[in-house]
Design a protein around this ligand. Structure first.
Ligand code: ARG
Length: 591
């Protein structure tokens, strides 16, 4: 028995011994997954690499090594093939033993970080009082998954929504409100700052006020000036406007929470740009005092260009000539705040990749000026655009900006129809199931693409029960659940049952896929790449379905064999459920 490590680590140990015993360096003993699955399961190309050093034909080295693998614990077959590859197949008993250890381990063989890091993830980033649109969807979906993955590896992770709650949109709303309800106490000079409970608008009114005001301001110079001035007054502590701001925040945040809950996205912190404002004066003072900041045409800036830049990186803008703070300022002040309150080892920003330059400027400035410690890692994880089938940014049928709510409704409708057609779910539950499967369709559709790339959001494809889709993954999990349920209903009890050595190719292929779990998690974690987790579960689902079609599971007469299958199914289910949890969705009982 061994402490579960990744399978590759285990078999590499044996391979090293074989190299050393044959008189070669152990550094040659690197084992990888086979790129010719038709010939072998794993392979080692070390003999090729050693030819020069040992002045020997690679095939001779490979043969020497293979001779030492005859008594192997893990390999059923180790073959030297020309020009010098070592082709490997695992012993079915070894595979089964590995899987049993994995099943017994509470972390399924995943090793937790020995020195957990404190990580903050800045994601979501909705703008208060503006409707959520599909652009915000990606940040929420990707950020949530990354948060779960990093946390799963044992780190201390905090997800911060970083609300856009301090901008011009607030001035616009105040201005429009004043036009409509000039008698509100907030507009009275004598307003003392007390905060009345009832908001002067509902969420639907608020959702209408912003676009109306925004459109009007574009046409009317005076109105725009007024809104800018209102923004200025708000930001400088004008009591009546502060009170309206609080109302806007309360009403919007309640609504945002509902939306994110529907998406299974959970923030630990509901901080925003407004929270960072109080750190600005001290920060500006420091930047001036230490000589980092200088005035350029009236604006206060910090140079961040570096000699090796092959593209121009403009200075970080700290204050405009009228003294107003900017986007750069707020993000820097937020880092001051984060440093003061949480001392993160790492801050990851999940934001549209078109904002990359802004983050390059902010990161450089924060490092150079000591706002963060030199060892703090600042990472920008830029994502691409979600496009429609026409390859252009996703729009409604009428060509307008697609609101998140509407997109979700569309997917839910589609799922509802399919689920009703399948007739496996009672009508009363169909809506709930449709919402659950719909969310998987959206999230998997998004996460299965490399985050930095643009992708096409294709409702028909994403909601399909077949192919590389969320519903297909859920369908596979539901299938496993239903077999396990039937087994239990028929009086079966596989508690303590062990997975047995595979007897056929489909069974072994499934096992080989299950046991990669911890390696995949490590890669996905190291590369912050949820799309690789999607690729893994898609392969796993395929292997399971192949196995299912070729194997009589419940009608197997040999009880030991049957409970071995059940143990394998239990493990496959646990792995799949863990993975979808890391992707941020769940599976129903039926669909
Ligand atoms: N609210 C911003 C937007 O919608 C995104 C915020 C990203 N995070 C940040 N720390 N700047 O564009």
């Amino acid at each position: 028995m061994w402490k579960v490590r990744t399978l590759l680590e285990l078999i590499t140990i044996e391979m090293k011994e074989a190299f050393v015993k044959a008189g070669y360096g152990e550094e040659l003993a690197r084992v990888t997954l086979s790129n010719r699955p038709d010939l072998c399961e794993y392979q080692c190309n070390g003999a090729m690499a050693g030819a020069k050093k040992y002045k020997k034909a690679p095939i001779m080295i490979a043969e020497d090594v293979v001779a030492n693998l005859a008594e192997s614990q893990c390999f059923a077959q180790a073959e030297a093939v020309k020009p010098g590859f070592i082709n490997l197949k695992l012993k079915p008993e070894f595979v089964a033993e590995y899987l049993n250890e994995m099943a017994a381990d509470e972390n399924l063989g995943v090793e937790k970080e020995a020195e957990p890091k404190t990580v903050m993830i800045d994601y979501g980033g909705p703008n208060v009082a503006k409707p959520l649109h599909v652009g915000h969807l990606r940040s929420a979906i990707i950020g949530e998954s990354i948060k779960r993955i990093i946390r799963y590896k044992g780190n201390k992770v905090t997800g911060d929504i970083h609300l856009g709650d301090w901008g011009y949109q607030m001035g616009l709303i105040i201005t429009e409100l004043k036009k409509r309800q000039p008698d509100l106490p907030y507009f009275d000079e004598s307003f003392g700052g007390e905060y009345p409970e009832e908001a002067p608008f509902t969420i639907s009114e608020l959702e209408e006020i912003y676009p109306t005001a925004s459109a009007y301001a574009k046409e009317h110079e005076d109105y725009r000036e007024e809104a800018l001035h209102a923004t200025y007054l708000l930001q400088n502590g004008y009591k009546g406007y502060r009170a309206i701001w609080k109302h806007i925040m309360n009403v919007s945040v309640t609504d945002l929470k509902k939306n994110y809950e529907r998406l299974n996205v959970e923030f630990d912190l509901w901080k925003g740009e407004a929270d960072a404002q109080k750190y600005i004066p001290g920060m500006v003072e420091m930047l001036k005092e230490k000589g980092f900041a200088h005035y350029d045409q009236g604006a206060l800036v910090v140079d961040v260009a570096e000699e090796t830049d092959n593209k121009e990186v403009p200075p970080c803008m700290i204050l405009k000539s009228d003294g107003a703070a900017l986007y750069d300022t707020t993000d820097l002040a937020t880092l001051v705040e984060r440093e003061e309150l949480y001392q993160p080892d790492e801050v990851i920003y999940v934001v549209d990749k078109r904002q990359e330059l802004h983050f390059i400027q902010v990161f450089r400035c924060a490092k150079k000026t000591g706002i963060v410690r030199p060892e703090t890692e600042l990472k920008f994880l830029g994502f691409g655009t979600m496009n429609g089938k026409d390859g252009k940014p996703f729009k409604t049928r009428e060509g307008g900006v697609m609101r998140l709510e509407n997109l979700i409704r569309e997917i839910d409708e589609e799922m509802y129809k399919k689920i009703m057609d399948n007739r496996t779910v009672e009508e009363a539950d169909a809506r709930k199931t449709a919402a659950e499967v719909g969310l998987a369709a959206i999230k998997y559709g998004d996460l299965s693409n490399q985050a930095s790339k643009d992708y096409i959001f294709d409702v028909d494809r994403f909601t399909s029960f077949e192919g590389n889709t969320g519903p297909y993954i859920l369908y596979t999990i539901v299938r496993i659940k239903s077999i396990l349920k039937k087994y239990a209903e028929n009086g079966g009890n596989a508690e303590g049952a062990k997975i047995l050595a595979a007897e056929n190719a489909a069974e072994k292929a499934l096992m080989l896929q299950v046991l990669k779990f911890n390696e995949v998690i490590d890669t996905v974690y190291a590369e912050t790449a949820p799309h690789k987790l999607c690729a893994y579960i898609y392969d796993l689902a395929n292997e399971f379905n192949k196995f299912y079609h070729e194997t009589k599971i419940l009608s197997e007469e040999d009880e030991a064999k049957k409970s071995g299958y059940i143990a394998l199914l239990n493990l496959a289910k646990k792995v799949l459920e863990t993975c979808i949890d890391l992707l941020g969705f769940t599976a129903p009982e039926r669909m």
